[in-house]
Design a protein around this ligand. Sequence first.
Ligand code: DX5
Ligand code: ZN
Length: 229
Amino acid sequence: MNVDLPVLAPSILAADFSRLAEQIKTCTDEGIQWIHCDIMDGHFVPNISYGPSIVGTVREIAPEAFLDVHLMIENPDHFIDDFADAGADLISVHYETCPHLHRTIENIKNNGCMAGVVINPATSVDLLNPILPDIDLVLIMSVNPGFGGQSFIKRSYQKIRKLYQLREETGLSFLIEVDGGVKTQNAQKLVRSGVDVLVAGSSVFKADDIPKGIATILKAARSGSNRVV
Ligand code: DX5
Ligand code: ZN
């Protein structure tokens, strides 16, 4: 997959939905290519967000954008084709919701999408070993999923470094994404720890000036590109 790393993926959960088209356009005008869509069902997570129709709307608003769809739902297999039809490029499911994860990953790929697996803060990276060769991306939650605006869980750095090492040792090429509490202050260290894709909701859409918010996070992230790990 040809993408300029690191990537900043604004999460529209924090956007003003009455001005969604305008706010997404503000992002793409700043060179943003990925848009992160948080799908919450009120069961797996204690919050309800939106469904395939809003993803379809984002696709209409930003036909060129890469839609990064994060499913925080029980029984994701029941909805994968709906999100693929709506225009998702990447569909990520939670390890904690998929007893038949290999089959679910096949289902995502058979729908023509890239496949990602997400792990909650308390879920170990080691559990992903068997599925890593089959996926395009691992998303490490740095907050407990369900809400924007939460504080970053510092132990996430260790999990990211471990996953980065695993990728180095195995020669695999999955991307490493982080989600939750990402800000200008931690962006550099996250990229230095091994992150390729940074999801940011409140630090983009709650910024006084969205373009400035994007520019400062990206500048910090790019300054971390000479990885140490
Ligand atoms: C939380 C979502 C995140 C959230 C990020 O469950 O998966 O994508 O919207 O928002 P911030 O960046 O405000 O933590
Ligand atoms: Zn998310």
